[in-house]
Design a protein around this ligand. Structure first.
Ligand code: ATR
Length: 285
């Protein structure tokens, strides 16, 4: 029951009508017995500053931030956590007296999703496809969690080079940028993370054209969950590679946000069960 003590949470984005986050967080509130409720707010880019200030005035305890506000939102925060600064994007705002503190839990979501599937990135060669905000979060996760080397493959080489150069300022490890056109020639590729939206709107589109790309790959993660299996994931599976879609990453990044807001620790066992329950819920939706 919603009472005067209920903690109010939500997500801001534009558009927001297809977000699955309200189902996830309201499920967490129920299952983990927290007095909280979570709603979706459609915020136009030109209203972002007012929306953040207004939410703070109302005492809204926590907000998720999604497309197109993840980078621009930083201007309206009172402080930004170190990893979020490195990623240059926030997806979680936590109420503090003077304003919102910004965090990024996307990298935690990716790491936890790999971990839950028994995939260890430590000491491995990671290939990140794409060079946008999600790719940056994937690179920071891989570097933080001990990957041996990172290759960023992107359609626009300059963007991959800029990202690689920025990351080299934080991490002392081999980080290489290559154009997508040579993706099949990447020698070391234990774990591949596909961060572009290719495959989302046109499920038969895929940046990987030949099955030969998957030679030497042991695991693949794609950050799309609608459709449930894109051509990328299907191709990886056909080549006997452990392939994950983006749903478990979505659940685990949400869990990390929920922990920040509610000041609780969710156990891994509980979370694995929650991810399985939410997967059935998502498939029915
Ligand atoms: P996000 O913040 O979600 O990562 P983004 O910053 O728009 O989103 O980045 C999207 C990434 O997907 C970019 O790396 C983009 O490549 P370019 O830098 O060349 O634009 C990549 N991308 C999007 N559509 C693509 C397509 N049709 N083919 C190849 N790459 C594509």
């Amino acid at each position: 029951m919603i009472t005067a003590q209920t903690v109010v949470l939500g997500i801001i984005g534009h558009p927001i009508g297809h977000s699955f986050s309200p189902q996830i967080h309201n499920y967490f509130a129920r299952i983990f017995r927290q007095q909280a409720c979570y709603a979706a707010f459609n915020v136009l880019p030109e209203h972002l500053g007012e929306a953040v200030a207004g939410a703070h005035s109302l005492g809204i305890k926590g907000l998720n931030v999604t497309i197109p506000h993840k980078q621009t939102c930083i201007d309206f925060l009172s402080r930004v956590d170190k990893t979020a600064r490195r990623i240059a994007a926030v997806n979680t705002l936590v109420y503090e007296q003077d304003g919102y503190a910004g965090y990024n839990t996307d990298h935690i979501g990716m790491y936890m999703a790999l971990k839950a599937a028994g995939i260890d990135i430590r000491g491995k060669s990671a290939v990140i496809i794409g060079a946008g905000g999600t790719a940056c979060a994937a690179c920071v996760m891989a570097a933080d969690k001990g990957a041996m080397e990172i290759t960023i493959a992107n359609r626009t080489l300059e963007k991959a080079e800029l990202l690689a150069d920025r990351l080299k300022g934080f991490f002392n490890m081999p980080i290489t940028a290559v154009p997508l056109s040579v993706i099949n020639d990447i020698a070391h590729k234990d774990i591949v993370i596909q961060t572009t939206s290719v495959g989302m709107n046109y499920p038969e589109d895929c940046l990987i054209e030949s099955a030969g790309f998957f030679r030497g790959v042991s695991a693949a993660l794609e950050l799309i969950y609608n459709p449930w299996e894109t051509k990328f994931v299907k191709m990886a599976k056909l080549n006997h590679i452990q392939a994950l879609n983006g749903f478990s990453t979505l659940v685990y990044q949400a869990a990390a946000s929920f922990e920040l807001w509610m000041g609780i620790n969710l156990t891994e066992g509980f979370l694995k069960q929650a991810a399985a329950d939410l997967e059935s819920l998502a498939k029915q939706a």
